[in-house]
Write a protein that binds this ligand. Structure first.
Ligand SMILES: Cc1ncc(COP(=O)(O)O)c(C=O)c1O
Length: 461
């Protein structure tokens, strides 16, 4: 096992592109085995990876294992893991409670396509945390938001949905609109154009999605009036977490619920990222705004692939009596339910949230100090276990503000952190860190030290 040494602040790079070139070279020279893996993988795995999001610049990092707050790459390097598998690893890696639960279950059979008792405990726990009485399970965030969109359409008998520009809700057709559009495509801020988020999305489906800006209640009201009796509902990340972190304005979430209900439409919170990481009952509990539907995934399963959808009795009655078929061979799979039960009842307990809050504060204060000492036009945003450095001076309120961030900062920061033994999600300015319940102050300080290195070099440009 080796640990990495961050490149020391020495001669300042001529500019940000030079800094990226220097760090990319260090990154590649540290990881020859990842290169070999990649080259072999290209023969049998499309693009040499198992998801397009695993393809990083300058090269995907192949991992061997993870334990506690650390992950290890195939070259033997240890990292403090703030990537958290895109927001999944809130429990950390190989948490003893999850290991025990999964080990016990695996010996008793892992799949029947019939319910097991753990599913009831999980549903009861979710009902209590999120204030919604009825639950179902799925296997990914994509499936959960797909069911939510189907349900909003089924219950209201309407086809249009409202979606926020810059929110990501997975890769099914209805939500692959205006996910990360280019500045040249977006149209006017008060009437964003619906831009296809992937190839293979029919225009007919795109035309069923009305796009609005985040924190813009007036746009929602106008859309509901202009498309009277045609909008089934709105899906929204209650704190945007696929464009850095963008919190809702005071009153925004309650305003959405009231407007939608006044027009006979429904509200879905996509808490795939925010659920559990922002608090035990996600933004739903923090804001006191209970939507008609909540989607959960990522941290829910403690590293096993599971998702949940919760709803009001009225909405979920459509599932209960079969008017909407919510189904899936692996739904409520015994292995994932055992892991999820352990996560909810043994890992994400009040003391764990106290620990996360102490680490959040240490991270926030450390970063604020670095920014102030180097007099840089940046700021830090945190939301529970999640956080990011925003490379702009002022708070951002929507996707249009986010477009103003120079993406090279996020990429350079990712490289410097990685070369300094801290693993962040590779998507630069889009993503955030995740602190797990197994992280310690040592992990936080490593991050802040690397940021100091980065800040001093950028300040010299
Ligand atoms: C807010 C949000 N919703 C849904 C999804 C889709 O989840 P999955 O990748 O498990 O399908 C993601 C994935 O990043 C997400 O961030």
């Amino acid at each position: 096992m080796t640990t990495t040494t961050s490149s020391l602040p020495g001669a300042p790079p001529a500019d940000l592109d030079d800094l990226i070139a220097v760090e990319s070279a260090a990154f590649l020279s540290r990881q020859p085995k990842s290169r070999v893996m990649y080259e072999r993988a290209c023969q049998s795995l499309a693009g040499g990876a198992t998801s397009n999001w695993q393809i990083a610049e300058p090269q995907a990092v192949w991992l061997s294992h993870g334990t506690g707050s650390k992950v290890y790459d195939v070259d033997g390097t240890e990292y403090s893991d703030f990537h958290g598998g895109y927001g999944v690893s809130l429990a950390g890696h190989a948490h003893p409670a999850v290991v025990t639960a999964v080990s016990k279950r695996v010996r008793r059979g892992t799949h029947f396509a019939q319910p097991t008792s753990d599913a009831i405990v999980v549903a009861e726990e979710l009902a209590q945390r999120f204030g919604l009485p009825q639950w179902r399970f799925a296997n990914s965030g994509t499936e959960a938001t797909m069911d939510a969109v189907h349900l909003m359409r089924a219950v209201t008998g309407r086809d249009l949905i409202l979606k926020v520009e810059g929110c990501y809700h997975g890769h099914h057709d209805s939500v692959q609109v205006s996910v990360l559009p280019e500045e040249s495509e977006v149209g006017p801020a008060d009437r964003p154009l619906g831009v296809a988020g992937n190839s293979g999305i029919p225009a007919a489906i795109r035309n069923l999605v009305v796009v609005v800006g985040f924190n813009d209640l007036a746009a929602v009201e106008r859309a509901l009036t202009e498309h009277a009796d045609r909008i089934a509902g709105m899906i929204v990340e209650p704190v945007m977490m696929n464009a850095g972190i963008i919190p809702p304005d005071d009153g925004y979430l309650a305003g959405l619920r009231d407007l939608l209900h006044a027009h006979g439409a429904l509200l879905t919170f996509d808490e795939v990222k925010t659920g559990f990481t922002t608090g035990p009952g996600g933004v739903t509990a923090l804001s006191g705004v209970t939507p008609d539907l909540v989607c959960l995934a990522k941290a829910l399963g403690g590293g096993t692939p599971t998702a949940a959808i919760g709803g009001t009795s009225e909405v979920m009655s459509w599932i209960a009596d079969g008017r909407y078929e919510q189904c899936g061979t692996f739904n409520g799979n015994p292995l994932t339910m055992a892991a999820t039960r352990a996560v909810l009842t043994e890992v994400l307990v009040p003391e764990a949230y106290e620990h996360l809050e102490r680490l959040r504060l240490r991270m926030q204060r450390g970063i604020e100090q670095v920014i102030a000492e180097h007099d840089l036009p940046w700021h830090v945003v945190t939301a529970g276990a999640k956080g990011c450095v925003t490379f702009l001076p002022d708070p951002i309120r929507n996707f249009r503000d986010f477009l103003g961030i120079d993406g090279r900062f996020g990429h350079a920061h990712w490289l410097v952190q990685h070369n300094g033994g801290v693993f962040l999600p590779p998507w630069g300015k889009v993503e955030q860190w995740l602190i797990s319940v197994q992280h310690t102050e040592v992990d936080i300080d490593r991050f802040v030290d690397n940021l100091t290195n980065f800040a001093s070099r950028v300040a010299n440009i």
